[in-house]
Design a protein around this ligand. Structure first.
Ligand SMILES: NC(=O)c1ccc[n+]([C@@H]2O[C@H](COP(=O)([O-])OP(=O)(O)OC[C@H]3O[C@@H](n4cnc5c(N)ncnc54)[C@H](OP(=O)(O)O)[C@@H]3O)[C@@H](O)[C@H]2O)c1
Length: 289
């Protein structure tokens, strides 16, 4: 028999997780703070626990997917003794510090703990493009790797419980930086009688795809130092051009809000003597200690 699993939290993501476990043949018990959410799970065979205590008692493998760290603490705190001997996999978005505290707290309750960062939207769960970062108990990961693999490709990143959250937030930060830039680009195009769809498909997506080729060289430079003659696009040149981005935005009636911090960073790099270097320097300027 497949491992029985309990899913705590039936928001958009928790519902997708429960549905996917059920589709893969796992007996699944579900609980949600507000009862009756996601009724479609009933027809798929989900067992609805009346209390969170009943939900925890039903399965050795517990998956939490709630709004935030406070909601996990509020929900599990009152039933902490019930966790003993179980594996808690917390897929709620949080910080590395929250994950480390949760791991310590779970250990005090006698539970194994894995923290997870879901790199997918609900519709991608169970599909080939989804992956989930895990950190925490290596034994728990080995024991439940196959169970967790039905949700998304499981990627274990270390026994320090904070490392999944750290890399989850880093990945999401890169994504939001990209979406911020995309929002600005589409605002610029919309300020004229241009088709945002044509701009996106014919120009923006190919451009971003080409620029992705710079990401790994930038990481390499950070780790191993600049390759000789690498700075083909030096920062002094980039800082000089960046003023045009801001001026053109103002001229077009577009708020340059998302560009201003990048301009500040480029100007700082040049002022601190890095004008002849390239983008990898920006990483060093961002790290505070
Ligand atoms: N959706 C995504 O695209 C996505 C992608 C990756 C990661 N995530 C992460 O997955 C987690 C869940 O996201 P979601 O999309 O499922 O959110 P959601 O649809 O807004 O659902 C939130 C869930 O949290 C519960 N909740 C909120 N406050 C609570 C509290 N104080 N005590 C107990 N339960 C509480 C809600 O219960 P009620 O029904 O009672 O309100 C509901 O089950 C989040 O941490 C999110 O960052 C989401």
């Amino acid at each position: 028999m497949k491992t029985p699993v309990t899913v705590l939290g039936l928001g958009a993501m928790g519902t997708a997780l429960a549905r996917t476990f059920l589709a893969a043949g796992h007996p699944a018990t579900v609980w949600n703070r507000t009862p009756g959410r996601s009724p479609e799970l009933d027809a798929l065979g989900a067992v609805r626990a009346k209390t969170i205590g009943d939900a925890i008692a039903a399965s050795p493998l517990l998956v939490t997917c709630l709004l935030d760290d406070a909601s996990v603490r509020d929900s599990l705190g009152p039933v902490a003794p019930e966790l003993s001997g179980r594996t808690l996999v917390n897929l709620t978005n949080g910080t590395p510090a929250q994950a480390r505290r949760a791991a310590e707290w779970a250990a005090q309750q006698g539970a194994q703990y894995l923290d997870g960062g879901i790199m997918a939207v609900p519709a991608m769960i169970g599909g080939p493009a989804a992956f989930i970062l895990y950190s925490g108990s290596p034994a728990a990961f080995e024991q439940h790797r196959d169970d967790l693999a039905v949700l998304a490709k499981p990627t274990y990143v270390g026994s320090d419980a904070g490392l999944a959250a750290l890399q989850d937030l880093a990945l999401l930060s890169a994504m939001y930086g990209m979406f911020g830039g995309v929002a600005h680009a589409l605002a610029m195009v919309s300020s004229e009688k241009l088709s945002p769809t044509a701009f996106a498909t014919e120009l923006l997506v190919p451009w971003l795809t080409a620029m992705l080729g710079s990401v790994t060289p930038m990481a390499n430079e950070l780790e191993y130092g600049a390759a000789p003659g690498a700075a083909g696009s030096n920062l002094a040149m980039q800082a000089a051009a960046f003023g045009n981005f801001i001026d053109a935005s103002e001229d077009q009636g577009v708020d340059p809000l998302v560009l201003l911090p990048i301009q500040q960073l480029l100007d700082r790099a040049v002022a601190e003597g890095h004008g002849e270097e390239d983008m990898a320097v920006l990483v060093r300027l961002l790290v505070k200690n």
